[in-house]
Design a protein around this ligand. Sequence first.
Ligand code: ADP
Ligand code: DP6
Length: 331
Amino acid sequence: MHNGKARAFTNIALIKYWGKKDPKLILPMNSSLSLTLDAFYTETSVSFSKDYTEDLFYLDGYLQEGEKKMQKVSRLLNLARKQAGIYDHAVVHSHNFVPTAAGLASSASGLAALAGACNEALALNLSSTELSRFARKGSGSACRSIYGGFAEWKKGDSDQTSFALPVDANQWENELAMIFIITNDKAKKISSRNGMQQTVETSLYYNDWLKAAEADIKTAKNAIANQDFHALGEVIEANCLKMHATTLAATPPFSYWTPDSLKAMNKVYEMRQNGQNCYFTMDAGPNVKVLCPKKDSQKIYNDLQKEFSEQQLVLAHAGKGIESLETEVSK
Ligand code: ADP
Ligand code: DP6
């Protein structure tokens, strides 16, 4: 029996990953940049044993049955077994301290935690870069959750060259906050994976998105290097809007937005007009995330409370990188 357990925090992309060049290897069309957060995370344990007759995956206590629900997990288990040179089946228990599949990055924390748990269980001794590359093959965004603070997933052009690295912000990440406006925590109808594929294949705006994303990542990295909040805010908000524009020009067209998403975005515009320092971003889901300086976060939170209930608002700060946890059963 080989046991391992890990905790990984979610990360929210400030410059989005949106589209795959190679869906099997999960090589992205563009580089992306994220902030790992402390409020949402996943804890996953895995055990490999010759006594097991099949792979089993329990999420929040419920057995996930069927190929679709097992897809991302199976991919990592198979790769881990190959690397370790074993054939044992595995049992995975995962707990999301984040709503699942709601556009709040459960796949990032979930697959990063599984990658970390496999690394522990099978003593793979992966470096951070190797662990990032491994997590990437479970879910692209997971490769950034290996690190705390800012991370950049460099798109690369092969399995070897596509992985995330930390972006040194001279601790500036600790002066920032992100407020989540949770308009809906239920699973979305179109997964990130399917949404981005449909967009790559059919969106009239996809090539323009790619050009914009390359330029935006440079602007964002400069803003981080200069600790320029407004420059960072402007580019991340515009980048998210450009990503969402691609879905409207897909066939068939689709959108992750709901009336409440628009209400939240308008509230951010309104607060900014009133002199507040805040910008939004949104992922593949209806929820809105507001980036602001930590020193202003309480005031912005209070203003948001005029429109949204306390249950809908979550205040987050920069989170840590992946960590190993003690397993209950000794090895
Ligand atoms: P999200 O916005 O939450 O990242 P995605 O559509 O990108 O939504 O991914 C959600 C999918 O990620 C789930 O349907 C499931 O397949 C996988 N996932 C989520 N949490 C976990 C976890 N803890 N362990 C393994 N896989 C997970
Ligand atoms: C909009 O990483 O969940 O959140 O690689 O297919 O598993 P797969 O997709 P996933 O997509 C995340 C998309 C996004 C943007 C981002 O996190 O960069």
